[in-house]
Ligand binder design. Structure first.
Ligand code: 5GP
Length: 191
C-alpha cells in the first residue's frame, strides 16, 4: 500500500468539510490544517479547522516559502503548509481540503496527488446549502456563488468527479477510490 495525497475539492458549500471529517474518522489520513487570514466562524478552533493568521504573518510565511500552494480568494489568503505535507507523507496518507485552483496547483508539485472534485447535485442545492449554514454575509455569498461555474468548468482536470448527493453514498464512493489508489503499485508522490 502506498501513502496518498488526497485532495478533496469543489465549489464552496458543496460539502467538502463534512466529507473530510468523515474520511478523517477512518484513521487512514492525517488532515493538513491550512493557514488562513479569514476570521474564525463560530465554533472554529485555531489549529483544528485552520491556523488563523493575520495578513502580515501570512505574508511572512509566503516570503519564507512555507506554503506548498496558497491563494487569495474571497479577499482572504488560504495556504497549505509545505513541511507538514512533506513530512507526514513519509509515514501516512494526507488529506487536503482545497479550492479548485489550489487543488490543481498541488497536482503540479505532486503529480501523484489524487484530486477529487465534489459536484453539487444542482446549483439550487448548492445555494440552499450555502445559505443554510448562515456563515457568510450576503456579499460573501454572492462572491462564492459567482465562482461556481468557473470552478465546475475545471472538472476535467480532476482525477475523479463525484456528485455529492448524500453523505453516505459519497463516502462509500470515496472509500472505493481511496482503496484503489492506495493499492496501486507505483509510488508517484515525489515532488
Ligand atoms: P472556507 O472559508 O469556506 O473555510 O474556505 C474557502 C475555500 O478555501 C474552500 O473552497 C476551501 O476548500 C479553500 N481552502 C481551504 N484551505 C485552503 C488552502 O490551504 N489553499 C487553498 N488554495 N484553498 C483552501
Amino acid at each position: 500500500m502506498r501513502n496518498i495525497l488526497l485532495v478533496i475539492s469543489g465549489p464552496s458549500g458543496v460539502g467538502k468539510g463534512t466529507m473530510v471529517q468523515r474520511l478523517s474518522e477512518t484513521g487512514e489520513f492525517a488532515f493538513s490544517v491550512s493557514c488562513t487570514t479569514r476570521a474564525p466562524r463560530a465554533g472554529e478552533r485555531d489549529g483544528v479547522e485552520y491556523f488563523f493568521l493575520d495578513k502580515e504573518q501570512f505574508e511572512r510565511k509566503i516570503a519564507e516559502n512555507e506554503f506548498l500552494e496558497y491563494d487569495n480568494h474571497f479577499g482572504n489568503y488560504y495556504g497549505t503548509p509545505r513541511s507538514f505535507v512533506e513530512e507526514t507523507l513519509k509515514e501516512k496518507s494526507v488529506l487536503l481540503d482545497l479550492d479548485v485552483v489550489g487543488a490543481l496547483s498541488v497536482k503540479k508539485t505532486y503529480p501523484g496527488a489524487v484530486l477529487v472534485m465534489l459536484i453539487p447535485p444542482s446549483i439550487d442545492a448548492l445555494k440552499a446549502r450555502l445559505i443554510g449554514r448562515h456563515s457568510e454575509s450576503e456579499e460573501q455569498l454572492r462572491i462564492r456563488l459567482s465562482r461556481v461555474d468557473y470552478e465546475l468548468s475545471l472538472k476535467d482536470r480532476f482525477d475523479y468527479c463525484v456528485v455529492n448527493d448524500t453523505v453516505e453514498a459519497t463516502k462509500d464512493i470515496l472509500l472505493k477510490i481511496i482503496s484503489e489508489e492506495m493499492n496501486r503499485e507505483e509510488r508517484r508522490n515525489r515532488p
